[in-house]
Design a protein around this ligand. Structure first.
Ligand code: URA
Length: 240
């Protein structure tokens, strides 16, 4: 057994003694509990999971992670941007990370890029309310810089847990950072656009980030083609 594991077990025993007092360690209580525990062995996995990993809904998950300080962005953010939309959505849109407007409001895609995202969704007959919108990282990088690989790696488990709870049929990645982060691919956006990827049993497609479209309006046609394909994929999945 590793020292780290021993330390975790010892800390957990100290915590339990604090909560339950000495009763927990009394011989007669232990003996009666032992029979039940042996009959139903503890799930070793869940024993060593962090609390948020055991969250059963998005509200609980948000409460358990919104004070996160796992990376330096926790110190500079104003608001943690968990995500918003339908918790039972069939479609998720995943962006890079909060900008200034999102950091101020605590909601994803509420600035100019967000308005364009709403229009893109409308163009393929989705309302913002019926999809779920989240980001690869939940806190704004200072000056809107691209998130560091270490920040993405630290934050990605939160997004994975959101996907696990929402169980969408299809995900649309907005931009290179979201696509590379979610799909763990070093590919270019050009190579990834138009293809269908798997994230577990969820289908994933990739298009431009709305902020990039604001800077390069001539990319809008390509985005239009991408989202038409995404809608077709979604309709096929829905009719399966
Ligand atoms: N850009 C993103 O990637 N996400 C947001 O929430 C806003 C802008």
């Amino acid at each position: 057994m590793s020292q780290a594991l021993k330390d975790k077990i010892i800390q957990s025993l100290i915590d339990q003694k604090e909560i339950f007092g000495d009763d927990l360690f009394e011989e007669s209580i232990l003996n009666s509990r032992r029979t039940e525990i042996i009959a139903a062995p503890a799930d070793e996995d869940s024993l060593f999971k962090e609390n948020w990993e055991l969250a059963e809904n998005l509200g609980d998950l948000n409460k358990l992670i919104c004070e996160c300080q796992k990376c330096a962005l926790g110190e500079t953010r104003n608001k943690f941007v968990f995500g918003s939309g339908n918790p039972e959505a069939d479609v998720m849109c995943i962006g890079e990370g909060p900008g200034a407007d999102e950091d101020a409001q605590g909601l994803p895609f509420v600035g100019r890029a967000g308005k364009l995202l709403t229009d893109i969704l409308k163009a393929i007959n989705f309302s913002r309310e019926e999809v779920y919108i989240a980001n690869v990282i939940k806190c704004r990088p200072p000056g809107n810089r691209t998130p560091l690989p270490s920040e993405m790696e630290t934050c990605m488990p939160y997004l994975k847990k959101q996907i696990e709870l929402i169980k969408p049929k299809a995900i649309l990645c907005l931009g290179l950072t979201a696509a590379q982060g979610l799909l763990k691919r070093k590919d270019s956006l050009t190579n990834m656009r138009g293809k269908i990827f798997d994230f577990g049993d969820v289908k994933v497609m990739v298009t431009y980030h709305p902020a990039a479209l604001l800077r390069n309006p001539n990319w809008k046609r390509g985005c239009w083609e991408d989202v038409q394909k995404f809608r077709k994929l979604y309709d096929e999945l829905r009719n399966k």
